[in-house]
Structure formats: C-alpha cells, structure tokens
Design a protein around this ligand. Structure first.
Ligand SMILES: Cc1cc2nc3c(=O)[nH]c(=O)nc-3n(C[C@H](O)[C@H](O)[C@H](O)COP(=O)(O)OP(=O)(O)OC[C@H]3O[C@@H](n4cnc5c(N)ncnc54)[C@H](O)[C@@H]3O)c2cc1C
Length: 234
C-alpha cells in the first residue's frame, strides 16, 4: 500500500470516495462486475440519497471508495524511486524499435502510447482519444462526482480536476472555447455549486485507445542483425 508506506503527500496516492451517475444501468453494472469487489464500500445509491444529494440526478448511481493517484506527483515519485534502484532515464525520439535495439537494449517494453503502433511498425490500430481537463480552485470539494465517465470532478491535494471530452480520432492539441463551454456547461448541470469557481490551469492530451488489448512478447532481429525481445502492453 503506497499511501500507507510512503505517505499521500509524497506519492499523490490517496483514498477518495464518490459517486458515478448514469441513466444507463448496464454501464454501472459493468463497473460493479469489473471492480465492485476490489474497491471499498461499493453500493448502489438509493433514490432518497440521490434526490437529496444531487441537483439533476440520473436514474442510477453507484458509490465507492478507492485509491486515486495524481500523476504529476506519483510519476516523479516513481521515477525517483527507480533512479535510486539504478534506473536511467533518457529522453529521445526513436523512429523504430530496431533503433532502440541497436543502441544495445535486449529487452524493450513498447509503452509509447499513441506512438506505439508506429514504433512497432506492425500496428495501425491505436487511435487517439482527445481529452481536456481543467484544474479548478475548489478545495472544498471532497468527493469524486461522475456522470457517464465523460463529465466529472476528481479531488486532488489542493484543487480539483474537472473534465472532460473523449473525442476519438482527433489529434488537435489546442483547447478551444468550444471545449471550455461544453465541459463547463455539462459539469454545471451536474453540480451547479461549481459556478464561478476559478480555473487554475488547463491540460490537454491524447489517450491511446485500441479495440482489443495487445499483450504479447515477440523475438525480433534488427536490420543490423541484433536480436531483441519486445513486449506489447498496448
Ligand atoms: C484529460 C485526460 C484525463 C485522464 N484521466 C485519467 C484518469 O483519471 N485515470 C486514468 O487512469 N487515466 C486517465 N487518463 C488516461 C491516461 O492518462 C492514459 O491512459 C495514460 O497516460 C496512458 O499511458 P501510456 O504510458 O500508455 O501512454 P502515454 O502517457 O501517452 O505515454 C507515451 C509516451 O511515449 C512517448 N513516445 C511516443 N512515441 C515515441 C517515440 N517514437 N520515441 C520516444 N518516445 C515516444 C511519448 O512522448 C509519451 O511520453 C486521462 C487522459 C486524459 C487525456
């Protein structure tokens, strides 16, 4: 347990409770099947709770408690731990996995996100899913609050993450006023108390998506004759 052993302030990993609402019961049932027995306090909310707690309740809602990590704390913490254990980080753009192997690496884990297929040379099935998230000054908000996985807030240490869009196939990396209006208006409908909250920062990125998980290991030989093993957690 990272939080218990190393502390939430260091790792950015902490327990958060909250709810997901939807008019699509099957969507929530799939969450129950996927992680209902892994998270804590998983339960279906009653109509009474939903009517008291939410301004525009959906038909169904689930509640649970789970660990959430803040990437901008967790990733540097993890990198530091790995460096202490002898790992070296090098930033460099590679044109192919052969090029990586030719630098002397025998084992390669291809985790290059939307660039992973191009790097592998044999996979054009990874598509970008454009996402936008705002960091909002609302430290009073302590529960994650979702509608249908696209409209949400997640409490962070001193602020709240509010999102998002999930635009399949879009590569453009500039946040538009249309994004801002769409996300804000959807979230305010879910949770009007956020009206007037200040945006501290804005973030845009492309999620890598693949119809099916690719989990395999290949033995390859580079064009210069070097043998190497590559694994694909794509
Ligand atoms: C707005 C938004 C909100 C999100 N919220 C959540 C959330 O709450 N919870 C959650 O679990 N997930 C969330 N995600 C999804 C999560 O961020 C991604 O699933 C995750 O980042 C994917 O990690 P990855 O390491 O596979 O790919 P990436 O994070 O895309 O990393 C790939 C890396 O490979 C590098 N690379 C690519 N090609 C090359 C090359 N040719 N040579 C060298 N390097 C290369 C890239 O520069 C990059 O650093 C969110 C995503 C977005 C956009």
């Amino acid at each position: 347990m990272l939080e218990r052993k190393f502390g939430a302030a260091e790792t950015g990993v902490k327990l958060v409770s909250g709810h997901i609402q939807s008019d699509n019961r099957e969507l929530l049932e799939s969450q129950e099947r996927n992680f209902g027995d892994i998270v804590y306090n998983f339960r279906w909310m009653t109509n009474r709770e939903m009517n008291l707690m939410f301004d525009n309740p959906s038909l169904y809602a689930i509640h649970y408690t789970a660990y959430a990590s803040e990437g901008r704390k967790y990733v540097p913490w993890l990198a530091k731990r790995l460096e202490e254990l002898g790992a070296n980080f090098v930033r460099k753009e590679f044109k192919s996995l052969d090029e990586v192997a030719d630098q002397g690496f025998e084992y390669i884990i291809n985790s290059a996100g939307i660039g992973a297929g191009k790097l592998a040379g044999d996979d054009d099935s990874i598509v970008p899913v454009r996402g936008v998230i705002f960091e909002v000054d609302a430290p009073w908000h302590k529960h994650f609050n979702y509608r249908d996985f696209t409209t949400f807030t997640i409490p962070m240490t001193n602020s709240v993450g509010l999102g998002t869009v999930k635009q399949v196939g879009r590569h453009d990396m500039v946040i538009t006023d249309e994004d801002r209006h769409d996300i804000w208006q959807r979230y305010l409908e879910l949770h009007p108390q956020f009206a007037g909250s200040k945006i501290i920062s804005e973030y845009i990125a492309l999620r890598p998506e693949r119809r099916e998980i690719r989990l395999e290991k290949q033995l390859r030989k580079s064009s210069s004759g070097k043998s190497y093993t590559v694994s694909f957690p794509l």
